[in-house]
Design a protein around this ligand. Structure first.
Ligand code: GLN
Length: 556
């Protein structure tokens, strides 16, 4: 054996479970830990295991489940993956999210192929083995730490096979290579003026009943957990006092890593997992700079998001974060106003969009509210109001130009009007002239060629870009020259020239649409260029400067 070869690195695994209640911010806590470990020069990846039965969230209603986050390789995943990517600044992949449905699908496929050699296929060991294999595969490419978040809470029926799998996992890979972190709620009861630890005790008891003793307990609370309370939890739950971490509500989600670091979470886990602390000193300067920027973001800007799922803002989580990132860059405080698309015509009659400094028309499916979005695109076009259209947003902007400037009365997307005379947005024919009836989506990253000198190219400061997609319909190539003659500039297209990827309106301060979803790749300290320039243009308007004087690319 080569004496100089480094021994293979042992990947460590941190499992996050949650108790007491959902929506405690398990994803954000796990992401924040990921950021801290990455700031210690460790290679980190993350994964979410969701106990629900859908194979992936792609078919789930955004009203119920929130945004579907799209990975570079086309995975339709849980919105927590967006937090993971934004915090650890790594691109994740399809395998970074797995559900009960996906695990069972592969177990059942193996059973049908005869892989189990006639055995009775059972939850233990076959389903649990499948879960463990999934987790093990994440520990490739010299990854130092895999953080795995288990969705749901420990009392759920569906979570049982996942808890059993992660319990066995420690036995399989060695005690010193696995840590269990449990997130609970420590509520403050107003009438008695006390913080209560009982829910935490119950939740840890539930976890123990599955054979898992947590190593660390992270307590979510609206106020700091005192040392007395920590020692009570330590005693009740049998974890050292320094392993009881207080995660108090933060002003901004981007402060959470600093809060957890103050509490010693990363240092404790480092020791538990037998990393030499001296080899991994922490460097949080970049993150502290970001938090400084967040605090300094005070110039108010009002952005209207014209959407369909506005009652559940989580449906547009990455859009909101991307707007905020752009705000941090400009020192701007983004005030988001949710506008139900169907109400736009009424609002316009009452001059109701007047107070906005910029608009976003985000992605969506189905006809509801589309005419409102088209009206909003028209209003923005006529009033020099900055507008960014994302995916469906680009499509409604194209419809607006077709109807108002190209004289194509009744132009529409075939998604909303299958019999329209002018399907300016349509499903594409493949090379054999066959129209895809909608079975397949364009998913994941695709590259585009930008027109030199266009607003989009200036914003990106490059002419070849790659962005994530999730849609079926496209700008109909048969109408492209009519639209361009009417003044629309198709400022980015697929490398083969067939698909329109970006549009803009020369002379308008900012009226830009993209067929992609740039919101997924914006990072807190690296705002996406299209959002950055949107907020730049919106600030000019908010502060009463003359929009005609903006030179895009020079803003900010
Ligand atoms: N419904 C449109 C399509 O399928 C837009 C999709 C989206 O906005 N993600 O093309």
């Amino acid at each position: 054996m080569d004496a100089h070869r480094r021994p293979a690195r042992q990947t460590k695994f941190i499992f996050f479970t949650g108790g007491v209640s959902s929506s405690l911010g398990k994803g954000l806590t796990a992401s924040s830990l990921g950021r801290l470990l990455k700031s210690r020069e460790l290679k980190v990846t993350m994964c979410k295991l969701d106990p629900y039965i859908n194979v992936d969230p792609g078919t789930m209603n955004p009203f119920e489940h929130g945004e579907v986050f799209v990975t570079e390789d086309g995975g339709e995943t849980d919105l927590d993956l967006g937090h993971y990517e934004r915090f650890i600044d790594e691109n994740l992949h399809v395998g970074s999210n797995a559900t009960t449905g996906r695990i069972y699908s592969s177990v059942i496929a193996k059973e049908r192929r005869g892989d189990y050699l006639g055995k009775t296929v059972q939850v233990i060991p076959h389903v649990t083995d499948e879960i463990k294999n999934h987790i093990r595969k994440l520990g490739v490419d010299e990854v130092d730490v895999v953080i795995v978040e288990i969705g749901g809470t420990v009392g759920d029926i569906e979570i049982v096979p996942f808890l059993e799998a992660i319990r066995q996992f420690r036995r399989d890979v060695g005690r010193e290579n696995v840590a269990y972190v449990h997130l609970t709620l420590v509520p403050y009861l107003g009438p008695s003026g006390e913080q209560k630890t009982k829910p935490t005790q119950h939740s840890v008891t539930e976890l123990r009943s599955r054979g898992i003793q947590p190593d660390v307990i992270v307590c979510r609370s609206d106020r700091l957990i005192s040392d007395d309370l920590k020692s009570k939890i330590s005693l009740q739950c049998d974890v050292p006092i320094e392993a009881v971490v207080s995660a108090v509500d933060a002003d901004s989600i981007y402060e959470i890593p600093l809060v957890l670091h103050e509490e010693g979470l990363d240092r404790y886990l480092l020791r538990l997992l037998r990393f030499e602390e001296a080899d991994h000193p922490i460097d949080l300067r970049r993150w502290e700079r970001l938090v400084g920027q967040v605090d300094a973001a005070v110039r108010p800007v009002r952005i209207g998001i014209i959407g369909k799922y506005v009652d559940l803002p989580d449906a547009y989580l990455s859009v909101v974060e991307a707007l905020r990132h752009a705000g941090f860059h400009h020192g701007a405080r983004i005030e988001i106003e949710w506008v139900q698309a169907a109400t736009v015509p009424d609002l316009l009659e009452r001059d109701g969009l007047r107070s906005f400094d910029g608009l976003v028309i985000p992605g969506g499916f189905g006809e509801r509210g589309v005419e409102g979005k088209i009206a909003a695109a028209r209003h923005a076009r006529l009033n020099e109001l900055p507008l960014l259209g994302l995916c469906l947003g680009l499509q409604v902007m194209v419809i607006e130009v077709a109807r108002s400037l190209a004289g194509l009365d009744g132009a529409n997307s075939r998604e909303f009007d299958p019999t329209t005379l002018h399907p300016v947005i349509d499903l594409m024919e493949d090379q054999n002239g066959v129209v895809d009836k909608g079975g397949t989506m364009r998913l994941g990253s695709y590259s585009a060629q930008l027109v030199p000198g266009s607003q989009v190219a200036l914003a990106y400061a490059t002419e070849v870009v790659s962005e994530r997609h999730r849609h079926r319909y496209e700008v109909n190539p048969r109408y492209r020259s009519k639209l361009e003659d009417a003044g629309l500039s198709c400022s980015g297209q697929s490398p083969d020239g067939r698909l329109v990827e970006f549009i803009e309106l020369p002379g308008h301060p900012y009226w830009i649409g993209t067929q992609a979803h740039p919101e997924f790749t914006s990072r807190p300290d690296r705002p996406h260029p299209l959002f950055r320039e949107l907020i730049g243009a919106a600030l000019v308007r908010a502060e009463g400067r003359d929009p005609r004087l903006i030179d895009i690319g020079a803003i900010g």
